[in-house]
Design a protein around this ligand. Sequence first.
Ligand code: FMN
Length: 380
Amino acid sequence: METAVAALFEPLRVRGLTLPNRIVMSPMTRNFSTGGVPGPDVATYYRRRAEGEVGLIVTEGTGVDHPSAIGEGGLGKRQSDIPLMYGEGSLAGWRRVVENVHAARGLIIPQLWHMGVYRLQGTGPHPEAESIRPSGLWGPRGGHTSTSPEFIAKVIEPTKPPSDELVQDVVDAFVRSAHAAMSVGFDGIAVHGAHGYLIDTFFWHETNQRNGRWGGDIRARVEFGVQIVRGLRQAVGPGKPVIFRYSQFKAQDYAARIANTPEELDQFLQPLAEAGVDVFDVSARHFDRPAFEGSTLSLAGWTKKLTGCTTMAVGGVGLTRDGQIVTDYNLHRVVARIEQGEFDLIAVGRSLLNDANWVRKVRHGEPFLPFTTAAFDTLI
Ligand SMILES: Cc1cc2nc3c(=O)[nH]c(=O)nc-3n(C[C@H](O)[C@H](O)[C@H](O)COP(=O)(O)O)c2cc1C
């Protein structure tokens, strides 16, 4: 093994799981699960990453068991090809994925997803279902976004906010899907609380202007996430971890922030940690960008410092800053931060999309494949 990267290959115990190394496959929507069912090609795709020695795989976002969860999403997604975490066919497909990954001695955890404001009305497996937005708001106009103006025009008009009971139904849907995931043998649960999708829009003051149980100050806005985490913690049992992804940025506005100061971040994170999060998956576009003025700590670093939880950073590992060309120039920066205890795990997205053997190459100091955008269009 290359000694320069030894810190990446220190095992890490999280609840009953022992991760063999610190490199985690980041959740990536692939749109290859026709009718919501992951087929043999999806199983082989994940198995290849397990064979390539990825420490833990977090799957692409999978629709939770609520008719409002999934649909056309404005980011060029084929609406019927996002996998679901409910229904006989989808669960049989996931069982095959899990068996393949376990046969290659890998670990795999599904990411539970509700698209919320990013689900276009009238689309997805249940076109009749109303989309759900905490206060009926999609987001502010004029944000720094890559969502197309055509899509924004279709979603910008406010809709009727859901009742408190309907919000509770969605919490229950997350928990049902967590039970379903356990029934097919997954090693834990991950939840998508980032990027401006449903959970994140409860956190964000721009999209959650509710009063009562699910809205108000930051503590009230985090309650939806807290209730989901509590339910998931029970569903997975004591031996398996709950991984919670959050981000400052939103797809509606990359400049958005949940917390402007470490104190605000603390108010946001503590209730989630207390509810049972084992691993915070801190989504950022650059893993080592300072989170607040006056400190070089990344957002993942602050998260670990404030909560003491196991923390995972992500963003741009193995890639140049413009995200186009694979290069190993930044791995030493990841290693340094892990050695200093700033965060514990590093999630890798596009580099692992491009090369299933990326982790093995890191271990042996072998050159990476040149990055090709073909990785986005096929299950290589
Ligand atoms: C094709 C693609 C699909 C993605 N889908 C998801 C997703 O389903 N859930 C999620 O939380 N993040 C998703 N992401 C974000 C990645 O998990 C990751 O945070 C991001 O790509 C930055 O990591 P990287 O620079 O290593 O690629 C996706 C990214 C890509 C490139």
